[in-house]
Design a protein around this ligand. Sequence first.
Ligand SMILES: [Zn+2]
Length: 293
Amino acid sequence: MNDTYQFKIGDFRCIAVSDGSHTYAPPTFPPPPIFLFANAPENQLANVLHEFNLDSGTWSEWVSPYICLLIDTGKQLILVDTGAGDLSPETGKLPENLEKEGIGVGDIDIIIHTHGHPDHIGGNTDSEGKLIFPNARYIICKAEWDFWNSAEAVQKIDEHSRGILVGYANKNLPPIKDKVDLVDYGTEIFPGIQTVAVSGHTPGHMALSIKSRDAQLLCLSDTVLHPIHLEYPGWCAAVDLDPAQVETSRRDIFSKAATDDAIVMAFHFPFPGLGYVINEKDTWKWRQLDNEN
Ligand SMILES: [Zn+2]
């Protein structure tokens, strides 16, 4: 499997960088149909999975890619999310994969965190709690920062995943507190790069619109975890904190992606996670980018 994939958005050089992958399976996680589509009607889900060559009875593990995004603006190197760090032996490959592109951890100027889940902040610190990207400033949505620094986070997250989620936040967020800028939705981070509201997965979950010349990349992060989420925007994952808000956020950003004909990036889709959102009647479909180069 390729670990990096270069592409251009106008004048910006972009690289999809793999941090590895993680296997979601019982007993740690529910079976994939329940983990990914927790509120889907059982019969309908079985039929839809069948169309995707999946069997609801035998689909026992979901191997999820963990993808990060590097944007070289020509002036700054911006990294979107830091992967999962030491979550498993198959994660934490981001620094070595950046190195393959000639980028050292000390070269990163800005790190944008789309949200505070372990697979998006886990690469902030090493096993001793030291910052892995020593020269970066960090950007995260204020609502997200406040959430993970509140007692509310502990109460809202189901007890199954509470330990790991809160544990990773406690290890990886406090060390950046003197280097973090808290932003709202609609904030321009760099000319052409703007935060976009996709609350629901977490309270301050953020997408990014990256525009240069006529090209646009919409980085959705975890707005969708599986292509079926485009066709059934109301079907939410067990880790989506506010399913009703997830559906609203999805419909808004899918409409924007389809109307703008933007390239779209989803961090848990097959590497490099790039494609287009195609509008079809009242719903949407995923068309993976041909990446033969
Ligand atoms: Zn994720």
